[in-house]
Design a protein around this ligand. Structure first.
Ligand code: PEP
Ligand code: MG
Length: 324
């Protein structure tokens, strides 16, 4: 099997009936690039920038960030790189920010909420990203967006920083795509509205499942509620993909579900355009997709949306794939 996968390193990802999708990687630091390239990643679908801020005494400077973003963009030689702006809070703390303890950190002051409040942190990161943009195909993604107002505010700040850099004569790439993570149910439900203003969606199922099922993703006593195949989740995923396509935008997924062998056939059937996963899952996923017919998976996806439980969906997908 390993030998069969190795042949796929330089191949595109195409279903049995000729439908293309993109398989990209989740990374945390520029050091992860080697694994992306060796495993045939077609780009980066989620660069978690938190690691630049963690395990240190103070915020990273604009220069330090610029160097990291430039290294990733150059390392991928023009392949797409989706960089997620700071997603701190929840399970990831920064002691030097001296934030008060919260009763419900996953429902609290985190990610874009913190960035829109402490704008100097956000603006520094955006300047570093804009300055690095000329070195590759940068796409910028905002995490934990719950309302259209948050997206508009974040995008306006990005635009302000861009104009200020241009006024100083700094080169900034044209047409940088700006998208959001869909990881809060309100945003999935309103995806049709968001789709008119964002350039892309990336569905963050780790959090989307947590918030939809109201089950802390870190708490083992409620881990039975982490149900990626629950039709409640699949219906939300479908709403997001359909909303994107209705406006001519693309939809990706960067939660663990995107690399899950039981989920992939359904996601292919629902029309997901981009699957972002750990680099080591890419070749297996490419091999699996090459054996599936998109048209058959469309029929499977529509039928499982009407099943009753997570287990029912899992059984139906496994039965269909073993026949394929
Ligand atoms: C997600 O929520 O699915 C996601 C990809 O982000 P993180 O796991 O970093 O919260
Ligand atoms: Mg998340």
């Amino acid at each position: 099997q390993k030998a069969e996968w190795a042949k796929l390193v330089n191949e595109q990802t195409v279903s049995k009936d000729g439908h293309h999708v993109e398989l990209v990687a989740n990374i945390g630091t520029p050091k992860d690039l080697e694994g992306v390239i060796n495993n045939g990643g077609e780009g980066v679908g989620l660069y978690r920038t938190e690691f630049l801020y963690m395990g240190r005494e103070q915020l990273p400077t604009e220069e330090e960030q610029f160097e990291a973003y430039k290294a990733v963009l150059e390392g991928l030689k023009g392949k797409p790189v989706v960089v997620r702006t700071l997603d701190i809070g929840g399970d990831k703390e920064l002691p030097y920010l001296n934030l008060p303890k919260e009763m419900n950190p996953f429902l609290g002051y985190r990610a874009i909420r913190l960035c829109l409040d402490q704008q100097e942190i956000f603006r520094t990161q955006l300047r570093a990203l804009l300055r690095a943009s000329q070195y590759g195909d940068l796409k910028i993604m905002f995490p934990m967006i719950a309302t259209l107002g948050e997206f508009r505010q974040a995008k306006a700040i990005l635009e302000e920083e861009k104009q200020q850099l241009l006024a100083k004569g700094v080169t900034v790439a044209e047409g940088i795509e700006v998208g959001i993570m869909v990881e809060i149910p309100s945003t999935a439900v309103m995806a049709d509205t968001f789709a008119k203003e964002v350039d892309f969606f990336s569905i963050g199922t780790n959090d989307l499942i947590q918030y939809t099922m109201a089950a802390d993703r870190m708490n083992e006593r409620v881990s039975y509620l982490y149900q990626p195949y629950n039709p409640a989740i699949l219906r939300l995923v479908k709403m997001v993909i359909d909303a994107a396509h209705n406006e001519g935008k693309w939809a990706g997924m960067c939660g663990e579900m995107a690399g899950d062998e039981t989920a992939i056939p359904v996601l292919l059937g629902l029309g997901l355009d981009e699957f972002s996963m750990s680099a080591t899952s890419i070749l297996r996923a490419r091999s699996l997709i090459s054996k599936l017919s998109k048209e058959e998976m469309e029929a499977l996806a529509l039928s499982v949306l009407n099943l009753e439980t997570n287990d029912d969906v899992k059984a139906a997908v496994e039965a269909a794939v073993s026949k394929a």
